[in-house]
Design a protein around this ligand. Structure first.
Ligand code: ATP
Length: 239
């Protein structure tokens, strides 16, 4: 792969874990229980992608596909302040797309293609959360096959955007805290089968002591497994 870019997640330890930040031409999935920091990292990346390369960004815009109403401009403000960026500029470069159901979410990818073809320099697509609508709409064992097929299709078109336009795709996936609901292993988390094959990088987020968080890289084509500790602060993600 040529010209792969990286977007800083704010913390040095976290960036080191994933060889410099989240990659373009790849899908990075973070999964973890509620409050583990999935949306916080999404907000951080929506800002850092806009930074110049020497500061860990790609001088690009972000598309934030919001499925659960988690996008908070106030939070962007705090993070932008930490980088001494102008809030209005930063918000202008975050294209928030609310997806009302899974079909809408799938169609959104066409809109992202259009946006890019119309000249917007998108370098990051966030889907927070990938699975919420699919899980709510396809319940029961009998609908599992259809759900996985739709999800596969969705992930495939996201991967296509990543490859075609040298964009990073970042998806979040909520999983339960209890180990037995992982069906034995965190890599087989809900939706894990589909996601396990579709995402290039998988990062498991856990809550640690005293407000700390742990990120564990569990699946990567060429990087070793490993962990790092990070914190969520007013200014965003830090070591
Ligand atoms: P869910 O699956 O419920 O969406 P999530 O993994 O997306 O959960 P986040 O919303 O990313 O969780 O994380 C929420 C947590 O982030 C809060 O519980 C809080 O501990 C922490 N947090 C949020 N804002 C701040 C802040 N300004 N300063 C410090 N910590 C914060």
């Amino acid at each position: 792969r040529k010209d792969v870019g990286h977007i800083s997640v704010g913390s040095k330890g976290f960036n080191d874990l994933i060889a410099g930040g989240i990659e373009t031409q790849a899908i990075t999935e973070v999964f973890g229980e509620f409050g583990s920091g999935k949306s916080q990292i999404s907000h951080e990346l929506a800002v850092t992608v806009q930074l110049p390369e020497e500061l860990g960004g790609l001088d690009g815009d972000c598309v934030f596909v919001d499925t659960e109403n988690t996008f908070r401009p106030e939070r962007i403000k705090q993070i932008a302040n930490g980088f001494e960026l102008d809030l209005e500029d930063v918000l202008q470069r975050i294209h928030v797309a609310r997806a009302f159901n899974s079909s809408h979410q799938i169609l959104m990818v066409d809109k992202i293609n259009e946006l890019i073809q119309n000249g917007t320099n998108v370098k990051l697509v966030i889907v927070d959360s990938l699975m919420a609508h699919f899980r709510a709409e396809y319940v029961g064992r009998e609908s599992l096959a259809v759900r996985q097929q739709k999800l596969n299709q969705h992930l495939h078109s996201l991967q296509q955007i990543a490859n075609t336009y040298n964009v990073a795709v970042f998806i979040t996936n909520q999983v339960q805290a209890k180990p037995d609901s992982f069906f034995g292993s965190p890599t087989k988390a809900i939706g894990g089968h589909v996601l396990g094959h579709a995402s290039t990088y998988r990062i498991w987020l856990k809550k640690g002591l005293a407000g700390k968080r742990i990120a564990r890289l569990v699946d990567s084509p060429h990087l070793p497994e490993g962990e790092c500790v990070f914190k969520i602060t007013n200014e965003g993600i830090v070591d």
